[in-house]
Design a protein around this ligand. Structure first.
Ligand SMILES: Cc1ncc(COP(=O)(O)O)c(C=O)c1O
Length: 452
């Protein structure tokens, strides 16, 4: 175990320890030893507007000077009311009821419970199964874990959860067949129909998915045909559609909600991460008015959190939305995303072991493979997903990685800088990433065309 971990009372997921944070500004962070880090993953795809934004800090200070906490059963507060109104205006049509939480897992948990209570109000108590994708990640509370498709995070807890049906995520880039991309999309969508029929349509409460894949698949973008077809299938069987926009929401993909790219009309949406962009723990559930009204009219929503609608968190969220608008950051995500994607694509000429570059807006990732033709992953024992991140970290570049294939094998790397990243800073990211990839390739004897 790391010696620092032995002397500390603090623990997280693993024994790995990092230097202490001293200060942050824009897309950079500094540790207490004076080392600077470029935040090319926005933390875990959170810091969309960059760090230490003075206007957000000012709004939070003003709120702190008025009140930091007033329990929702005792007081309403302006910040929560204003943020709810503003958020409702940014959601797909009809989703104008907002429920605040403190993070993504709480948001997903709330979606699952609201959907279930709605089914009860409709006289459909047999509807409780929520279909999700494999791989997928929806959070770490038990309800969210039950719909997550990532073995290392789910298997230890399997006996404690109701087993929820999974269908394969639309990983068309791995398929070797004669179908067009759109045909593949339809084939993956047909798996949803098959699963609904197999389980019994009357038992299916909802289908939950990320409109663009997050950390579990590495920014997976399904073909348009998939998006259209899964919506139609949900509609056909009266299955509620829950979009998990915890990572994709708040501008990250070049639209305020990724739902807009495919004109989704979901029933419920979960969001967090970029919503308050790391300035405060905040997330939200947005739901159709008739769903909320039905639940409210039958005694109310049997679910809630102490910090829901916290004035300080909501003031931060409101200021973040105002900054996104003032700086036109949704458009920036689109524009800078196109540039960064092109730069990552070019790295494929230099490194044969980059098998795929994908994503939308500034939700981008690249995947390493042993063979680009077969898309066979690098040997698991190589631990590329850890090693390359460490190469980059030692050069002051932060990227975010996961195992691609169900959390067990495969290595992908999220390159998702804040939406304020300039052209010059994109170059800086690619420069540091190239140095890191060169070092990684050199150590493992992987082919690298330095002239490319
Ligand atoms: C798509 C998605 N849903 C839910 C969550 C859980 O969010 P949190 O870690 O804030 O609880 C995450 C976190 O990475 C996520 O990416």
């Amino acid at each position: 175990m790391n010696p620092a971990a032995e002397t500390s009372h603090l623990f997280y997921q693993t024994g790995q320890r990092r230097p202490r944070l001293a200060r942050t500004e824009g897309i950079y962070l500094w540790d207490v030893n004076g080392n600077r880090y470029l935040d090319a993953s926005s933390g875990p795809m959170v810091s969309n507007i960059g760090h230490s934004n003075p206007r957000v800090l000012e709004a939070m200070t003003a709120q702190m000077n008025r009140a930091t906490f007033g329990y929702r059963l005792h007081f309403e507060n302006d910040a929560a009311e204003e943020l709810a109104a503003r958020t409702a205006g940014l959601m797909p049509t009809g989703l104008d009821r907002i429920f605040f939480v403190s993070g993504g897992s709480e948001a997903v948990e709330s979606c699952l419970k609201l959907a279930r209570q709605y089914a009860l109000t409709q006289g459909q108590p047999e509807r409780w199964k929520v279909i999700s994708l494999f791989p997928s990640y929806h959070g770490s509370t038990l309800g969210a874990t039950a719909v997550t498709g990532m073995r290392p995070f789910t298997e230890p807890f399997a006996p404690m959860m109701a087993a929820m049906p999974k269908i394969p995520a639309p990983t068309c880039y791995l398929d070797h067949d004669d179908l067009t991309l759109e045909e593949r999309g339809l084939r993956y969508a047909s798996l949803l129909r098959e699963e609904i029929l197999r389980q019994g349509p009357e038992t299916i409460l909802a289908f939950i998915m990320e409109p663009v894949g997050g950390a579990s698949t590495g920014a997976l973008v399904a073909p348009d045909s998939w998006h259209q077809s899964v919506q139609e299938i949900c509609h056909e069987f009266g299955v509620l559609l829950i979009l998990d926009e915890v990572m994709t929401g708040a501008g990250r993909t070049g639209a305020f909600m990724a739902a807009e790219h495919w004109d989704y009309q979901p029933d419920i949406i979960a969001m967090a991460k970029g919503f308050a962009a790391g300035y405060a723990p905040l997330g939200a559930m947005a739901a159709r008015r008739q769903i909320v009204d039905a639940v409210m009219s039958k005694g109310g929503f049997a679910h809630g959190y102490t910090y829901a609608g916290n004035p300080l968190a909501c003031a931060a969220g409101l200021a973040v939305l105002q900054e996104m608008e003032r700086l036109d950051l949704v458009n920036a995500a689109h524009q800078q995303g196109l540039k960064l994607k092109a730069m990552l694509d070019r790295l494929m000429c230099r490194y044969e072991f980059i098998g795929d570059v994908r994503g939308k807006g500034l939700l981008l990732a690249f995947e390493l493979v042993a063979d680009r033709q077969t898309m066979e992953p690098l040997p698991t024992a190589l631990n590329a997903h850890v090693e390359l991140v460490e190469e980059a970290y030692s050069r002051g570049l932060i990227i975010y990685s996961r195992r691609t294939r169900g959390g067990l094998t495969g290595d992908h790397f999220m390159v998702c800088p804040p939406l304020i990243t300039t052209d010059q800073q994109l170059e800086e990211i690619i420069g540091l990433l190239t140095e890191s990839l060169d070092a990684f390739a050199g150590r493992h004897g992987l082919s690298c065309d330095t002239a490319a």
